[in-house]
Design a binder for this molecule. Structure first.
Ligand code: HPA
Length: 255
């Protein structure tokens, strides 16, 4: 099977890649079990690209029940070495308002009780992977270069705080996360990034800000609704297609 130039994991509101052509579907079962749904492999900007909806194509898998290990292992088994994670998030820092695209460079993990390592089973080698820079710097640089080329605004950097969900956070939790240095809050950034590192995959996050996190916006009493989240993801996604095209064309030119 020929190599996949890029694997994309879509988050809330991003269940397929409309521009993917000549699509084949795969549903590999990995040693960790089945992924959230079919992996769609097709052509985008002349390159082979894989797409997987993290929550399933019908959004049936909540963040704490996602088999992150199976998702990543399935992409790797199909020939992917690089993963672009699209994550729908809430904004905490003032540069991270609704509809902003951001490429964070740090993570704080507040999740609990998730299978967060490949060394879960007895008898597996114990891994202590370096995770100082949780996102692969060269892949982040590629995303940012492609964004500049495509004229798509992407905030460079920021700290992603991964919460357990599926409920949204309290104002006090967000205030604490702000004090901790978080700029973004989402429910799926971990353990995915750590597992990608353990699997030896290049991995970077492109976060799509869907709403102000609880109490973080100009109206601290504003409630977060799913309709708002989906409308903002939809609007912000307009930048994704040109950014991906630029990234893949760039990869073609590098051979
Ligand atoms: N918090 C956590 N996850 C999210 C949010 C949020 O405010 N918005 C979208 N995903």
């Amino acid at each position: 099977m020929s190599d996949i130039a890029l694997a994309i994991i879509g988050g809330t509101g991003l269940y397929k890649l409309a521009a993917l052509e000549h699509v084949e579907s795969h549903q590999p079962v990995t040693r960790y079990g089945a992924p959230s749904g079919p992996v769609r492999i097709g052509t985008l900007a002349g390159r082979r690209v894989a797409f997987l909806a993290r929550h399933g194509e019908g959004h049936s898998v909540p963040p704490h029940k996602i088999n992150y290990r199976a998702n990543l292992a399935a992409l790797k088994a199909l020939g992917a070495g690089r993963v672009l994670a699209l994550n729908t998030v809430g904004g905490i820092g003032e540069r991270f308002g609704p509809r902003v695209l951001a490429c964070p460079d740090q993570v704080i993990d507040y999740t609990w009780g998730r299978v967060s390592t490949l060394c879960e089973e007895q008898g597996t080698d114990v891994l202590h992977v370096d995770f100082g820079d949780p996102y692969t710097p060269s892949l982040r640089a590629e995303i940012l270069r492609a964004a500049a080329k495509a004229n798509v605004a992407v905030v460079d950097g920021g700290c992603y705080g991964a919460t357990q969900g599926p409920r949204l956070e309290t104002k006090a939790e967000i205030a604490r996360m702000r004090r901790d240095g978080c700029d973004l809050v989402g429910m799926t950034g971990m353990p995915e990034a750590g597992l990608a590192r353990e699997l030896g995959l290049d991995y970077a996050c492109l976060a799509i800000v869907a709403n102000w996190a609880a109490g973080a916006g100009p109206d601290p009493d504003e409630q977060i609704t799913l309709a708002e989240v989906l409308a903002n993801v939809d609007a912000a996604s307009a930048g994704l297609a040109p950014l991906l095209d630029a990234m893949l064309v760039d990869a073609t030119q590098r051979g």
